[in-house]
Write a protein that binds this ligand. Structure first.
Ligand SMILES: Nc1ncnc2c1ncn2[C@@H]1O[C@H](COP(=O)(O)OP(=O)(O)OP(=O)(O)O)[C@@H](O)[C@H]1O
Length: 692
C-alpha cells in the first residue's frame, strides 16, 4: 500500500508491528520450505491412471510452492482488526493478508482476506460494527517494508474519514508496471460482488475505472478459496480482449497466491488458427445469432433421403431393409440427435431392422451380431451415402462459396444483402485451402458442437470486456461453461465492435446464463471527476440509456486541451509528453492506429524514449498506444493526439474515443489541430487556456 495519508506517531507499536511482520515472513518461508521438502508419494506402474495420479501430485506440489512464495514487493498483511473480547475463540486481534500464514503449530499469524472473519475489514462501519472495535491499515514501501499505520476506532468519537485517505493514496500510487491487486481497499459495493456465491452467475455493468476487472480477478481468488475442489475439476479461465490486456493483469492473481488460472483471449480458447479477415458487414453477420440456424440447416442438408434400401446377406439368406424404412429412421434421428452420433445410430437402427428379420426366420441373434451388421459393408455404404461424415470446414466452405446454397440455408433468417456480404468474392478451391477469419473460427466451433457434443465444462469463466463479443462468440463461451458459472464484466458504452451482442440480458441469454444477477458499479476509482465529466459528454450519443458515472476524487489540473496548428502538432505532442513525464508514474501517448508509429518516431526525434505497446515486457515510462489497444489499460498521465482521427478511423469511433479518454489516473492532455468532435467542443473551449 502507499504511504498512508496520515503518519502514525506511536513508534513502539510500529516497531512491534515490524517485528511481527518479520516473524510472519519467517513463518511463510518455513511453510514454503516444508512443502518443497515434502516427498510426493509416487505410485509404481506405467498405466495411464498411475501416470496421471503421479503427474497430478507433482503439479499440486509445484503450484502450492509457487503460491507460498514471498513476493518481494507484496506486503504479507495490509490490515488488522481488533474484535470485542470473546468474539473469536481465544483471539481478539487478527492481521489480514493475501494468504494464510501460521506459525508451524497451527496458530494463525496472518488470516486470509477471504476468510469470513476478515469480512468486517471491508464492511464494518461505526453504525454496524460487526463486533469490531478497531480497524488498522498499514502503509508499505514499494519493497514491502512497513512504513506506518493508521487506526480507525469504530467506537468512541468519530474522526476524519481515514478510509477515504487510504483509498485515494492507493489509487494515486504511481503505476510502474502491470495492474496491482486492490485487496487492501476493496469497497463495500465491490466486496458484494467479489464474495457473491458461485451460482448464479454475475454480470457487472460498470463505467470506466469502476473496478470491474479488479472485481473479476478478486472474485476468482475468492471463489478458489471457498470452492477450490469444485473449481479445480473444471478449471477457471479468464478471457480478455487481447494479449496486451492479459499481460497487464497477469500479476494480480499470483500476488493473491493463485497461480493456477488460465488467462487467455477468446481466440486462444477456441483454438482454431485464423488467417483470413472479413469485411465489416460479413463480420457483423457472422457474429449474429441468426446465423446459428443457417449453419444448422447447412449441416443437415448433407443428410439426404435414401433412394435404395440395404440388402444384407448371411449365408444363403438375404435380408432387405427398404428405402422407405431407412427414410423413416433418418427422419426420426435428424430431429433428435447430434450429427455425429446420429450416423452411428442410423447404422444401429438399420442393423436392428435386419436382426428383426433374422428373428422372424427363427434365428436368435445377439448384440454382437447387431454390431457386426452395423459395421458391414452394405450398411456402411448406405450410411455414407445418406448420412456422410462431414467436417465443420466442409459445411462452412460450401456455405460461403455457393450463393444458391447459402440463400437456401438462410431462409428468412438473413436478408439478401447479408447473404451477398457473406459469400466469398473468390472462393478457395477446397475447404482444406480456405483461410478462415476469426469470425469463421467461431462458426466452425458452432458446427463442431452441432456435429459432436463438447465434453466437460469449466468450473468458472470470467469474461472481461464482454460488451464487445458477438452472439456467436458468447455461444461458444457458454458451451465451454455449461454447468459452471460465469462472471461477465463490461461497459456497454465501451462497445467498439460492430458485432457486439447488445444489452446484458441478450448477452446473458447467448451465454446460456440468463439467470445471472446483473449489478452496476458507478463509482469511478481510476479517473478524476473532471475527466469523467468531460468524457461523459459523449454518453448521450454512444449509450443514452446509461447513467453518468461519478468519480470518487478530483485532481487539480486533471484535464487540459490544447489546440495547435497542424505544423506544430509534433512539437505540441512532444511538449505534452515531456510535461507528463515530469510527474511520477506511467505516461501514454494514445492516437489513432494509423498515426501511432509516426508519432512514436516524432517523440524519439524529440529526444524522448517511447516504446510501442507490446514491444517489450519491460515497463517503459512512456508508451505509445494505438487507440484500438487502449481498452482495459491505464496510465498515470495520458496524452491523446487528434481525437477526430480516432473517431473517423472506425464506425464506432466515438465509443473508441470514450475508451481512450478514460485511461488516465491523474492527468489527461488532449492535443489537436483538427476540430474536436462536436459533443466535446463546448468543454474544449473552456479548457483551452489550460495549456501544459
Ligand atoms: N477499491 C479500490 N481500491 C483501490 N483501487 C481501486 C479500487 N477499485 C478500483 N481500483 C483501481 O481503479 C483502476 C480501475 O480498475 P479496473 O481496471 O478494474 O476498472 P474497470 O472498471 O475494469 O475499467 P475499464 O472499464 O476502463 O476497463 C485500477 O487501477 C484499480 O486498481
Amino acid at each position: 500500500m502507499a504511504e498512508p495519508a496520515l503518519i502514525p506517531t506511536h513508534s513502539t507499536e510500529l516497531e512491534a508491528e515490524r517485528a511481527f511482520l518479520a516473524e510472519a515472513r519467517d513463518a511463510l518461508a518455513r511453510m514454503h520450505q516444508a512443502v518443497e521438502d515434502r516427498d510426493v508419494p509416487l505410485i509404481g506402474g506405467e498405466d495411464n491412471d498411475e501416470r496421471f495420479t503421479n503427474e497430478s501430485n507433482l503439479l499440486a506440489r509445484r503450484l502450492r510452492t509457487l503460491a507460498l512464495r514471498d513476493l518481494p514487493d507484496v506486503p504479507l498483511f495490509f490490515g488488522l482488526l481488533d474484535y470485542e473480547p470473546g468474539t473469536i475463540e481465544e483471539i481478539d486481534r487478527i492481521h489480514i493478508g493475501r494468504r494464510h500464514v501460521h506459525d508451524g503449530s497451527g496458530a494463525p499469524l496472518v488470516i486470509d482476506w477471504r476468510a469470513p472473519v476478515s469480512v468486517p475489514f471491508y464492511r464494518a462501519t461505526r453504525s454496524d460494527r460487526q463486533r469490531v472495535v478497531l480497524r488498522r491499515r498499514y502503509g508499505f514501501s514499494d519493497t514491502a517494508e512497513l512504513t506506518g499505520f493508521e487506526d480507525e476506532p469504530l467506537i468512541g468519537a468519530a474522526e476524519a474519514d481515514q478510509a477515504d485517505a487510504f483509498l485515494r493514496a492507493e489509487i494515486e500510487r504511481p503505476r510502474t508496471g502491470p495492474m496491482r491487486d486492490i485487496v487492501a481497499t476493496i469497497q463495500p459495493e465491490q466486496d458484494d460482488l467479489v464474495r457473491a456465491p458461485l451460482h448464479p452467475s454475475v454480470c457487472v455493468q460498470g463505467a470506466p475505472g469502476t473496478g470491474k476487472t479488479a472485481v473479476g480477478l478478486h472474485r476468482v481468488a475468492y471463489l478458489l478459496y471457498t470452492e477450490r475442489e469444485r473449481l479445480s475439476r473444471g478449471g477457471v479461465v479468464i478471457v480478455g480482449p487481447n494479449r496486451s490486456f492479459l499481460s497487464y493483469i497477469r500479476k494480480v492473481l499470483p500476488a493473491l497466491g493463485e497461480v493456477d488460472v488460465r488467462q487467455i483471449t477468446i481466440e486462444e480458447l477456441i483454438t482454431r488458427p485464423a488467417a483470413g479477415s472479413d469485411p465489416p458487414e460479413a463480420a457483423r453477420t457472422k457474429g449474429d445469432a441468426r446465423i446459428a440456424r443457417v449453419l444448422e440447416r447447412a449441416l443437415w442438408s448433407f443428410v439426404g433421403t435414401p433412394t435404395d434400401g440395404v440388402m444384407y446377406t448371411k449365408g444363403s439368406y438375404r435380408y432387405r431393409v427398404h428405402d422407405y424404412e431407412v427414410a423413416e429412421m433418418v427422419t426420426s434421428l435428424r430431429g433428435s440427435m447430434k450429427h455425429g452420433p446420429g450416423r452411428d445410430a442410423l447404422a444401429q437402427r438399420i442393423a436392428h431392422a435386419v436382426l428383426v428379420l433374422m428373428e422372424r426366420r427363427g434365428e436368435s441373434p445377439d448384440d454382437r451380431v447387431q454390431n457386426a451388421v452395423a459395421r458391414s459393408k452394405p450398411v456402411k455404404a448406405l450410411v455414407d451415402a445418406v448420412w456422410p461424415r462431414v467436417a465443420p470446414e466442409q459445411v462452412l466452405h460450401r456455405l460461403l462459396s455457393n450463393a444458391d446454397f447459402l440463400a437456401e440455408c438462410a431462409g428468412d433468417d438473413l436478408t439478401a444483402d447479408e447473404c451477398a456480404a457473406l459469400v466469398w468474392p473468390r472462393a478457395p478451391r477446397s475447404w482444406k485451402s480456405a483461410k478462415w477469419s476469426v469470425a469463421d473460427t467461431v462458426l466452425l466451433d458452432e458446427l463442431d458442437e452441432l456435429i459432436e457434443r463438447r465434453q466437460g465444462s469449466l468450473g468458472h469463466l470470467v469474461i472481461d470486456e464482454a460488451q464487445d463479443l458477438s452472439a456467436m462468440q458468447l455461444r461458444a463461451l457458454g458451451r465451454r461453461c455449461r454447468s459452471g458459472s460465469a462472471t461477465v464484466l463490461g461497459d456497454l458504452a465501451q462497445a467498439t465492435t460492430s458485432w457486439a451482442a447488445g444489452p446484458w440480458d441478450q448477452v446473458l441469454a447467448h451465454l446460456q446464463k440468463a439467470d445471472a444477477v446483473v449489478a452496476e458499479l458507478d463509482r469511478g476509482f481510476r479517473v478524476p471527476d473532471q475527466i469523467i465529466a468531460f468524457a461523459a459528454k459523449l454518453l448521450p450519443q454512444i449509450a443514452p440509456t446509461l447513467g453518468v458515472p461519478r468519480g470518487v476524487r478530483a485532481v487539480d489540473d486533471a484535464l487540459s486541451v490544447v489546440r495547435t496548428e497542424q505544423a506544430s502538432l509534433p512539437d505540441a505532442l512532444a511538449a505534452a509528453c515531456r510535461a507528463a513525464l515530469a510527474g511520477q508514474g506511467s505516461v501514454a501517448l494514445i492516437a489513432a492506429d494509423e498515426q501511432i508509429a509516426g508519432l512514436r518516431d516524432t517523440l524519439t526525434a524529440a529526444g524522448l524514449e517511447p516504446t510501442l505497446l507490446g514491444e517489450t515486457e519491460e515497463t517503459a515510462r512512456l508508451t505509445c498506444v494505438p487507440a484500438s489497444l487502449a481498452k482495459g489499460l491505464e496510465f498515470d498521465a495520458v496524452v491523446v493526439a487528434e481525437p477526430a482521427r480516432i473517431v473517423s478511423a472506425e464506425p464506432r469511433g466515438l465509443q473508441r474515443l470514450y475508451v481512450v479518454l478514460t485511461r488516465a489516473v491523474s492527468r489527461l492532455q488532449i492535443v489537436h489541430a483538427e476540430p474536436l468532435p462536436s459533443a466535446l467542443s463546448g468543454e474544449a473551449a473552456d479548457a483551452e487556456p489550460d495549456t501544459p
